[in-house]
Design a protein around this ligand. Sequence first.
Ligand code: BG6
Ligand code: MG
Length: 219
Amino acid sequence: MIKGFIFDLDGVITDTAELHYEAWKKLSDGMGWHFDRELNEKLRGISRMDSIKVIMDHNHVILTDDAVVELATKKNDLYVDSLESMTPEDYLPGARELLTHLRQEGFLVALGSASKNAIKVLQQLNAMHYFDVIGDGNSVAKSKPAPDIFLYASEKLKLQPSNCVVFEDAEKGIDAAIAGGFHSVGIGPKERVGHAELRFNTMKEATYFEVRSFFSDFF
Ligand code: BG6
Ligand code: MG
């Protein structure tokens, strides 16, 4: 039986990829590093520290651990400043409607995000009230593709993974859901999330009706 839903944040509830891109781009430009949208795509769903390592590897840069932390902090300051402009108008189309519908139907709902800024983002969107549990980048040590963040969320909801559906836009996020034994819904192209049980191109198509129809054996 499906009793709960676990949502990734960035790329599922709101599109922060552009804000992350701008912050990494500014940092990279300042360092004389190459950074473009293609590389930014590789950062989808992975933690801040994993992200800076991907960018450094790409640029064949080696720095001390302290220097890496300092640069990641600098990027984060830029990103957090940019979140000030986010408003409740910035849900991805369909996301608010789905969250509202799930609550109306009495399902438990959790967040399962790699971001340490998840609460700030939810506050900017005025979305805190949709969630029974918030799992974010501060909740677990191992980030996606490890299933830990989703296991943290389901445990807090007091549900088994098989009783939960995970919504994810990242390849590594779907890997994490599968590794944890969760049902999975991918948001995005086949090349990225085609390994999810069910896939939609955008959240707009991911209506309660569609999700319920697909998983009808489990309701
Ligand atoms: C994920 C994003 O949700 O959070 C990644 O998809 C990001 O791009 C990660 O790197 C960590 O975010 P933050 O806010 O902790 O730097
Ligand atoms: Mg995401």
